[in-house]
Design a protein around this ligand. Structure first.
Ligand code: PEP
Ligand code: MG
Length: 325
């Protein structure tokens, strides 16, 4: 079985009825890109750049240090796209992993609802422009896509676009080469899913972060053991949001992928294919398992069965009956 999965590494992920599916990897540090390639990843769908910022006693990496890290990942992927997410600091990913008592975030009652991710970046514009410069400079070495975490407001996206305009002008002024960089937003707050029609014209692609989307849709702290039994990816509200976002992106010709844990869990592969998803991003170790599932799937048959799943109060039961989960 192990050898068979290994052979799958470089087999393209295509369904029985000929639908090609992109298999991308989630990475935390540039050194992970090697494992991603070895696992057969066709690109990096999520580079969690906050890992460059964490565990350094709150001292931020310089533009140069970031540029080197992004460039290392881009070069390692040898022409495949690398999706770099701007820092998603805060909540479950504190800037400084020091135990409680260092003071900086202690007073925050609801860190998951607080100053994190894109909110934090926009509140530290000099730091944010530094990261954007590093990312744009890395794009001179291969295809780079820029991904924004936790967007909820149109004005956040407009502010980011203003920052990008300024940064690109600075790079031109300094004669620093850059490539084309596609811009994307993560859909991980229900509000973003609900204003998708307004967001889409301003972006090239979206990536659905199911880990947070489930947390915020169900009001379940993803790190709180006492409510873990209610953290339910099969909840009909989650299914509805996923199907709606994937459908809307496809209808408007915008790329859409899922980069939360659901993408790497074979229990959800058929459901996501049924919704029209053709791009998955996951931990490299999961790629072969999900691919195996895709190779056995008939996408048009799955799509025809989707209304049964979406029309039921218990989608998990339907998925089990259909042999999906
Ligand atoms: C997510 O929320 O699904 C996601 C991919 O981002 P993270 O797990 O890093 O918050
Ligand atoms: Mg997230």
């Amino acid at each position: 079985e192990r050898a068979r999965l290994a052979r799958l590494r470089h087999t393209p992920a295509v369904t029985l009825d000929g639908e090609a599916v992109q298999m991308h990897a989630n990475i935390e540090l540039p050194g992970d890109a090697k494992a991603a390639l070895a696992a057969g990843a066709e690109g990096v769908g999520l580079f969690r750049s906050e890992f460059l910022f964490m565990g350094r006693g709150g001292q931020l990496p310089s533009e140069e240090e970031q540029y080197e890290a992004y460039r290392e990942a881009v070069e390692a992927m040898q022409g495949r796209p690398v999706t770099i997410r701007t820092v998603d600091i805060g909540a479950d990913k504190p800037l400084d992993r020091a135990p409680a008592g260092d003071g900086r975030y202690d007073h925050v009652l609801n860190p998951a609802l607080g100053l994190r991710a894109i909110r934090w970046s926009l509140s530290e514009p000099a730091m944010f422009r530094q990261q954007l410069r590093a990312i744009y400079r890395a794009s001179a070495h291969g295809p780079v896509r820029l991904l924004l975490p936790m967007v909820a407001h149109m004005k956040e996206l407009r502010q980011v676009r203003d920052c990008i305009t300024r940064v690109r002008q600075q790079l031109v002024d300094n004669q620093q080469p850059t490539g084309q960089v596609e811009l994307g937003v993560m859909i991980e707050i229900p509000a973003a899913a609900l204003i998708l029609d307004a967001l889409l014209p301003l972006v090239d692609f979206v990536s659905i972060g199911t880990n947070d989307l489930i947390q915020y849709t169900l009001a379940i702290d993803r790190a709180d053991e006492s409510v873990a039994h209610l953290y339910d990816p099969w909840h009909p509200a989650v299914m509805q949001l996923l199907a709606t976002v994937i459908g809307a992106c496809r209808a408007r010709g915008k790329g859409v992928s899922v980069c939360g844990e659901m993408a790497g869990d074979v229990a959800f592969t058929d459901a996501l294919l049924a919704m029209g998803l053709r791009s998955f991003s996951m931990h490299p170790s999961q790629i072969a398992f999900v691919k195996q599932r895709i190779l056995r799937a008939d996408a048009s048959k799955l799509a025809a069965q989707l209304p049964q799943l979406l029309g039921d109060e218990d989608p998990e039961r339907v998925a089990k009956r259909l042999g999906w989960a």
